[in-house]
Design a protein around this ligand. Structure first.
Ligand code: CMP
Length: 136
């Protein structure tokens, strides 16, 4: 059934000029852009977004990375778009993400404390509702 998800083009994707390439893949797959916004999140917004990761070793580097530059927030709609976008994105680690995916084709390990993996996609309907409320 039709659902919505939150997609972020993270600061590495924006800084590398890959926003258009990532949007093109999303559009070519056939999902609908409902809203697109350039956002410079403050720490409070990121603490809400990443609440489940608080205390993990990569939490502070993750927040620093996400505050290093703007992200593009996308409200994306379509049948099974939550599952579908995560499939397009590939697995978290860009080194081993399958070729053909956004992370597999465009991402790599830069040897940093946090995995810079270009995009975020909500992982469930509950996460999507929660995250869309934070970013839009
Ligand atoms: P994302 O799916 O947006 O949400 C959590 C983020 O933390 C993830 O993308 C990566 O950027 C980062 N991350 C997850 N696991 C690790 C890890 N083991 N080491 C470093 N960064 C990670």
């Amino acid at each position: 059934s039709t659902e919505e998800t939150l997609v972020l083009v993270k600061p590495d994707g924006v800084a590398r000029g890959l926003t258009g390439a990532i949007l093109a893949r999303i559009e070519a797959k056939g999902y609908s852009l409902v809203d697109v916004r350039l956002v410079e999140p403050d720490r409070a917004k990121l603490e809400r977004h990443y609440a489940e990761h608080e205390g993990k070793p990569f939490y502070e580097p993750l927040l620093e990375f996400m505050m290093s530059g703007p992200s593009v927030a996308i409200r994306l709609a379509g049948n099974r778009v939550i599952e579908g976008f995560r499939s397009l994105a590939g697995t978290t680690d860009p080194t081993s993400a399958a070729p053909g995916t956004i992370r597999g084709d465009l991402g790599r390990d830069w040897g940093l404390k946090v995995q810079q993996n270009l995009v975020h996609g909500s992982d469930s309907p509950e996460s999507a509702a929660r995250e869309l409320e934070i970013w839009f």
